[in-house]
Design a protein around this ligand. Structure first.
Ligand code: NAP
Ligand code: MG
Length: 464
């Protein structure tokens, strides 16, 4: 994929207002692979205007037509799957197999689900003598992170379009090429000009201008809690709708009687996948004290299969690498025991971090509380179920989790007590229609499926 030198605004690639560019770096070999324009407030303003102009027409487009165009977008993503996977590998460092199945594959499913929902969603409901209409909120400002660059874009753009909203996207500065390729697919799918617009740029410049723009009706943000807090404040001051998908410190709770080997293996894979750069990763493994030694030894065996440069890619940039290594050092300082990995770089080149497992982690330690966003697992011991629940709920986050038990009922009962938006029971499969989002400081709102679509709708009632 050749980097575009412009912004995708109003259905065409246009030169940016300013001259500044952002270098895109391959984190596996630290080489610059392209440059994209660094957008300014002027670019954001042009994009928001294009989205505003396109809004009435798109909102009035019949459901079936919107559905067909989202279907064409889905088909375009499927047709460009290899190129998309290569682009994600080049700018994020994702191993090719992961890039194919998850980074390029999952968005095809999600886009497909919204092509279907756009056609079938009930935008009208009868309630006594009222008719309730669900109407598109307007122009959406979407701000996305680099960890699942295409998925995060599709999880916002597809439901927004299905709802009848128009969109301006500001993708992460580390992964703009995936966003440019997505814009190309949108263009080829034949979406009307201005329905989708792309402004590449830096968060505090282009991102902030988008969140603050009075022509934006809803801001949907995924990223750090620190930036999410700022965006929530800006949106609150302007009485704008806001959706925030933030960090996590999710618990993988292994109850007595569970299949320990399976729970540990799936748990380790969950953390190591995407080099640990997953907001919903189960980074805390909670094990009964009687099973602790066995769980630790199973985890050590499991993590040995994750060789850096093969099954585990690098972190996205040098800053994230330094941040994660700092957390590993902090874990050692605070008295946790490293049983695999460590703070040293495993390879001479690239932003790699060794897959690391800590045992003897206690709930008050930094590595048990803060989101590390790297291939680092903390194993904590609990005394009984009540203790496990207290530990599981004992962080500021509440995004996801897992529970393993001898039977579904026990695991389900435990999961009902967890402060978390999404919990997998005994290895329950990923469901692209299930609402995804956080309790507590993990966010506001839900993405995916019909619940994700509802975020982009206003409710109007007419009484007859
Ligand atoms: P981030 O700064 O929150 O980035 C997310 C998005 O927000 C990017 O597009 C970013 O642009 C933009 N942004 C940054 N500052 C902004 C501002 N003032 N106004 C509007 N938009 C702004 O996250 P990060 O710095 O890349 O990563 C730091 C940490 O965040 C990670 O270590 C991890 O803990 C967490 N994180 C969580 C998720 C998640 O899925 N929940 C994803 C990524 C990161 P730039 O790309 O130019 O910064
Ligand atoms: Mg940032």
């Amino acid at each position: 994929m050749q980097a575009q030198r412009g912004m995708y605004i109003g259905g065409a690639w246009r030169p940016a207002e300013g001259q500044d560019t952002i270098a895109v770096v391959n984190p596996a070999d630290e080489q610059v692979i392209g440059y994209v324009p660094a957008g300014t407030a002027a670019d954001v303003d042009a994009a928001v205007r294009a989205a505003r102009d396109a809004f009435p027409g798109w909102a009035a487009t019949p459901q079936a037509e919107r559905a067909a165009l989202i279907g064409a977008l889905r088909d375009g993503l499927a047709a460009r799957k290899d190129e998309m996977a290569q682009t994600v590998t080049a700018e994020l460092g994702a191993p090719p197999a992961l890039a194919q199945t998850v980074h390029a594959g999952l968005p095809v499913l999600v886009a497909g689900s919204y092509a279907e929902l756009a056609a079938t969603y009930a935008f009208e409901e009868k309630l006594g003598n009222s008719t309730v209409y669900f109407e598109p909120v307007g122009v959406v400002g979407a701000i996305t992170p680099w960890n699942y660059p295409l998925h995060q874009i599709v999880a916002k753009v597809a439901p927004a379009l299905a709802a009848g909203c128009t969109v301006v996207l500001k993708p992460a500065e580390d992964t703009p090429l995936t966003a440019q390729l997505f814009a190309q697919v949108v263009h080829e799918a034949g979406l009307p000009a201005g329905v989708f617009n792309l402004v590449t740029g830096l968060g505090p410049v282009a991102g902030q201008a988008l969140a603050e723009h009075p022509g934006v009706d809803l801001v949907s943000f995924t990223g750090s809690t620190a930036v999410g807090r700022q965006i929530g404040a800006v949106a609150g001051a302007a009485i704008k709708r806001v959706a925030l998908e933030l960090g996590g410190k999710s618990a993988n709770v292994i109850l007595p009687g569970a299949d320990l080997a399976k729970a540990v293996n799936v748990g380790v894979a969950n953390v190591m996948s995407n080099s640990g750069q997953t907001c919903s990763a189960w980074t805390r493994m909670l094990v009964h004290r009687d099973s602790n030694d066995e769980a630790v030894s199973l985890a050590v065996d499991a993590v040995a299969k994750y060789a850096p440069g093969e099954r585990v890619g690098p972190l996205v940039n040098a800053k994230q690498q330094a941040r994660v290594r700092g957390y590993i050092e902090k874990g050692v300082e605070e008295g946790a025991r490293i049983v695999a990995g460590g703070p040293e770089s495993p390879l001479g080149k690239g932003y790699y971090v060794s897959p690391t497992v800590f045992a003897d982690v206690t709930p008050d330690m930094t590595i048990a509380q803060e989101e590390i966003f790297g291939p680092v697992l903390s194993i904590l011991r609990y005394e009984d179920e009540a203790d496990a629940l207290r530990i599981a709920n004992g962080t500021v986050y509440g995004l996801a989790g897992a529970v393993w038990a001898a039977d579904q009922e026990t695991a389900t009962a435990f999961a009902r007590g967890m402060d978390a938006g999404q919990v997998d029971i005994n290895g329950g499969r990923f469901n692209p229609l299930a609402p995804f989002g956080g309790y507590k400081q993990s966010g506001v709102g839900r993405e995916l499926g019909p619940h994700g679509l509802a975020e982009y709708l206003h409710t109007k009632s007419l009484q007859h």
